[in-house]
Design a protein. Sequence first.
Length: 114
Amino acid sequence: QMHLEESGGGLVQPGGSLRLSCKVSGRSFTYYGMYWFREAPGRARESVAQWSGGSIWYADSVNGRFTITTDNDKNTVYLQMNNLKVEDTAVYYCNADGRGEGYWGKGTLVTVSS
């Protein structure tokens, strides 16, 4: 079993930055593809960033503004979010997928507003 816990969300003004953390426990995240999803009010959950064995992917909407990084020692995956926009407002979820298993955290709310 894996447990994922997101943190780092909050209220930020447009143009600001936040760093989200996904603390993984139970297993090493390195055996899984790690994803950041977000779900905005009234919209479907969407993937915004992916880390898989060092291969990284970003959605077009965040490419150039968001960066996914990892810390093996802390068993943690991060999402650095810069130049935030109002449309980035959402609950952000961490997901681990692999070995026939999938795990989700409970999410952290990011609100971008002036």
